[in-house]
Design a protein around this ligand. Structure first.
Ligand code: GAL
Length: 420
């Protein structure tokens, strides 16, 4: 009860602060562009700043106003954005994920069709078809992708694995449970977890690893029921995995779970590849030395993707100015500036691979390998619309507290029908 009230009060405070800061830095003026995102973490902040600088250089006299609201996966930003859109007070462009996350905005007329811009810029030829499909609703394209991120990854400290006598990260979730017994015997936590959205991110990767790519896709298209024996057994595995984690609270940030892995109090963390810029730029660690990463258990050859994209909101002061920002986002130069800092790979197929070293080079090669099977992320908006995702959040919050798997599955199944 108190937790709920506290969350509401903090959201109100954050909204108030955000609107105050808009009042001081934003405001209705044609010589500035307000861009809304949740990129305030290490790497992403620098990536955004690099694109902002390039935007200002190619649009003299226009000031870039960074309206980012902190909170991993947009946990605060999305709520504040919703109230701004409701009040018809949109920023000049805002961040959304490619996929069904765009659907509500399109249906409620909050974003404009970008098909002509795509034609002018020749973008249909430079973005992968699967990604274009995820940006298209009823034949029209609604957002411009800057990057590709990967969700199905398990991070670890190779030194800790060696000290524990573990030959490598687990290949399946059953392997993980076997390793977990050894790890606990040595007084460490097998898996570090963070706030609610990271718990959902973990669930997504366990479902993918246990069900396989085909059934994972059928689950989100509605062909496979959450209450089916196959999904029940995958959820049962998720419950066991959580029982071997340090899950504590729905609040907080994603970086501390990686900190525990690097310090060695915990051994593994499942997280997206924004982790690589955090570990390299903030923690000054090198891939394969200070930190390492593998595909999450059971998902070898599968790429669970998400893509950060920007929109042209309805009712912006200057659509042509917003379009200039979108051109920066979709350009080869913009993507080359942004992604190496952000810890993501370019959405464009023609970007040079030379800029992507270490972990990023490894993942870019897999993304471009025609044999790789690509599926979309749940926690980062590809396979579920906002209403469905919000219902999964609530049901998952209860499941983590009470562990009633049957109730979780039947609630989510019912919500799938109701939020379609
Ligand atoms: C994702 C987003 C990433 C990164 C991450 C952590 O949803 O796509 O770019 O910001 O959240 O906040």
């Amino acid at each position: 009860m108190w937790k709920g009230r506290l969350a509401i009060i903090s959201l109100l405070v954050v909204s108030l602060l955000a609107s105050l800061s808009m009042f001081t830095v934003g405001g209705a003026s044609d010589d500035q562009l307000e861009v809304y995102s949740w990129w305030t973490g290490p790497g992403e902040e620098e990536g955004l700043a690099a694109m902002a600088e390039a935007f200002e250089a190619s649009n003299p006299g226009i000031r870039f106003v960074n309206a980012a609201v902190s909170g991993g996966a947009g946990s605060n930003a999305k709520a504040i954005l919703a109230s701004r859109l409701l009040a018809n007070d949109p920023p000049d462009s805002y961040q959304r994920h490619a996929g069904l996350e765009l659907l509500d905005d399109v249906r409620s007329g909050k974003v404009q069709d970008l098909t002509t811009l795509y034609e002018e810029q020749g973008w249909r030829k430079v973005f992968p078809k699967g990604l274009l499909d995820n940006l298209t609703i009823d034949g029209k394209i609604y957002a411009v992708p800057v990057n590709i991120h990967r969700a199905n990854l398990i991070w670890f400290n190779p030194r800790v694995l060696r000290e524990l006598g573990l030959a490598g990260p687990p290949k399946t979730w059953s392997d993980f449970l076997t390793q977990a017994a050894v790890i606990k015997g040595k007084g460490k936590v097998p898996l570090a977890v963070g706030p609610e959205w990271t718990q959902k991110h973990l669930m997504e990767t366990v479902l993918l690893g246990e069900l396989g790519a085909d059934s994972y896709e059928r689950l989100f298209s509605g062909d496979l029921r959450w209450t089916s024996p196959q999904v029940t057994s995958a959820l049962d595995m998720f419950g066991k995995v959580l029982a071997n984690s340090d899950v504590r609270s729905a609040a907080g940030e994603w970086q501390p779970q990686l900190d525990r892995v690097i310090e060695g109090s915990a051994v593994y963390a499942v997280m997206g590849d924004w982790s690589s810029s955090y570990l390299e730029q903030s923690k000054k660690l090198q891939w394969r030395e200070g930190y390492d990463v593998a595909t999450s258990p059971g998902t070898e050859g599968v790429y669970d993707f998400l893509s950060d994209s920007f929109t042209l909101p309805t009712g912006v002061r200057s659509p042509s100015l917003s379009r200039k920002w979108l051109i920066e986002c979709g350009s080869a130069d913009g993507q080359n500036l942004f992604n190496p800092l952000k810890g993501s790979i370019p959405a464009r197929t023609d970007a040079s691979a030379d800029l992507y070293k270490g972990y990023l080079g490894w993942t870019l090669q897999q993304w471009r390998d025609p044999k790789t099977r690509i599926v979309g992320s749940l926690a980062h908006g590809v396979v579920a619309n906002n209403a469905y995702n919000a219902e999964i959040d609530s049901a998952l919050g209860l499941f983590v507290q009470h562990g009633d798997l049957g109730k979780f599955a039947s609630t989510v199944q019912q919500q799938f029908q109701e939020t379609r």
